[in-house]
Every structure is written in structure tokens, then in C-alpha cells.
Ligand binder design. Structure first.
Ligand SMILES: [Zn+2]
Length: 264
């Protein structure tokens, strides 16, 4: 009887040790695999939520700050003279509105400086209004002090009172000095043709041009797109949409760090 007991104990001791070691080893490797799986799953979940929740839109897209210098023109010519009607609060409203429109791109316009700049050649603008020569954009560009630009290491907005007498709502000049390798800037008005505050989306449209976006085709598919020209019969009045391709182009231009060059 005792021999049997001893034999059982003799057998059981190593068997138990082996079983114990196997269990420990088994549990260890199980934990390791599970751990890797858990890590992988949580990363996958994070990726999923990044593309689907508003919360992650904020965390993944914040950070593409675009420094913008605002040049408010002062002049005797009412058309050019934004300085006498400009207010900080209205400018903030315009920039905030543009940032809302640009939110899908992750680019956030940050006004780093507002400067009052005297117009350099008002006569040329009068001439452009009266005769159409030179073109309105060229006449406006001649009024900008190139040495005051933030570009090419940032972006510039030239603010005038109105652009409508020149035949357009806003403009992007890809070079402010024809024939010279000068940076570009947008020209945006504070007032529309009837004297009411200009539409924010039109400022955003010019910013879009400065970020390399051309006009969309004049097709119904683009009726709600920010970059559809107002000359298109399908253009929705409140269009602010951006396509995936446009968003990628804006982000690529942001990475360059300044406005798109002519022909770029
Ligand atoms: Zn345009």
C-alpha cells in the first residue's frame, strides 16, 4: 500500500511539475499573443474612429497653420480705401468664416499681422475702371508694396474697399510684378457692389486659388463647390464644398509654405 503511494507520489511529482510548467508556458504565450492582438485591435479601432468621428477630425487635422499677413490699403480713391471702413471685428469674422470653410483641409489661416499700407498708384486703378486698361488685377498689383509681403514664406491678403467697379468680386494675382519672379497675393474687398459686407465665401474662394485650386468645370456635379466660378449657370449661391482632390492639393500647397506660383 505504501509502495503504491510512494509510486503515485513519485509519478505525480514530475508530472505535476511538467503540467505546471506547460500551463505557465502556455499561459505566457497566450498572454503574449492576446497582447499583440489587443494592441493591433486598438490601433485599428483608433484608425477607424479617426476617419469617422468629429472628435478625431479635430485631433488629426489641427496644426496646419497658414500664416496670413493682411494688408489694408489706404487711399484717397474710395474704391481702394479699405482703411477708413476696416474694423478688427469684421476682419476676424471674415477669417473665422474662411477657416470654417477650410476646416476639411486642416489648414487654419492665422493672421500674424494687419498692416495699413498706402496705395502706390491710385491713378492706374482709375484708368483701369475707366478704360479697362490695364486689367484690374494688374492695376491693383501696382498699388502693393512688394517689400511688405510675407510671401514666399507665408500668404498675403490685400484688402480694398471694393473690387466690383473693376469687374470682379476678388482676385488672385500669382505674381504682383509681371515679368518678375514676384510672389502672389489675393485681393479681397470689404464691400460688395451694393455696399453690403462682402460674402465670406468669396474671400475663401480667392484663398483657394492662392492654394493652387483652379475653377471647377461648369457642371452640375460641382454646384456646391467653393471653386466653381460664379459665372457658371449651375453655381449654388452658398457653395463652399471641397473635393478630396482639392483637399489634397491645398495640403500640398500648405507644405510648400507659400502661395502657388504662376503656372504652378
Ligand atoms: Zn475664381
Amino acid at each position: 500500500m505504501s509502495g503504491t503511494v510512494r509510486f503515485t507520489c513519485f509519478l505525480n511529482a514530475p508530472v505535476l511539475i511538467v503540467v505546471f510548467l506547460l500551463i505557465v508556458a502556455g499561459c505566457g504565450s497566450f498572454r503574449g499573443e492576446r497582447g499583440d492582438e489587443d494592441d493591433f485591435d486598438s490601433e485599428a479601432n483608433d484608425d477607424d474612429s479617426a476617419s469617422s468621428s468629429d472628435e478625431d477630425d479635430d485631433t488629426t487635422l489641427v496644426g496646419l497653420f497658414a500664416p496670413l499677413k493682411v494688408h489694408v490699403l489706404s487711399a484717397d480713391l474710395p474704391l481702394l480705401d479699405a482703411a477708413s471702413i476696416y474694423t478688427e471685428s469684421e476682419l476676424s469674422e471674415f477669417i473665422d468664416g474662411c477657416n470654417t470653410i477650410f476646416k476639411p483641409t486642416g489648414v487654419s489661416w492665422e493672421v500674424v499681422e494687419v498692416t495699413i499700407q498706402p496705395a502706390l498708384d491710385e491713378g492706374l486703378v482709375v484708368q483701369a475702371v475707366d478704360t479697362g486698361v490695364p486689367a484690374g488685377g494688374v492695376a491693383l498689383a501696382a498699388n502693393v508694396d512688394l517689400s511688405a509681403l510675407l510671401a514666399p514664406t507665408g500668404w498675403d491678403a490685400i484688402v480694398v474697399a471694393q473690387t466690383s467697379p473693376l469687374g470682379f468680386g476678388g482676385a488672385y494675382k500669382c505674381s504682383l510684378a509681371p515679368g518678375v519672379d514676384a510672389p502672389g497675393a489675393i485681393f479681397v474687398p470689404l464691400r460688395s457692389g451694393n455696399g453690403s459686407p462682402h460674402q465670406i465665401r468669396k474671400w475663401a474662394h480667392e484663398l483657394g486659388h492662392m492654394m493652387s485650386l483652379p475653377h471647377t468645370p461648369c457642371e452640375p456635379a460641382y454646384e456646391d463647390n467653393l471653386m466653381m466660378s460664379s459665372g457658371c449657370e449651375f453655381a449654388d449661391l452658398h457653395r463652399v464644398g471641397l473635393t478630396t482632390e482639392q483637399i489634397a492639393a491645398v495640403q500640398a500647397q500648405h507644405a510648400i509654405g507659400g502661395p502657388v506660383a504662376c503656372g504652378g
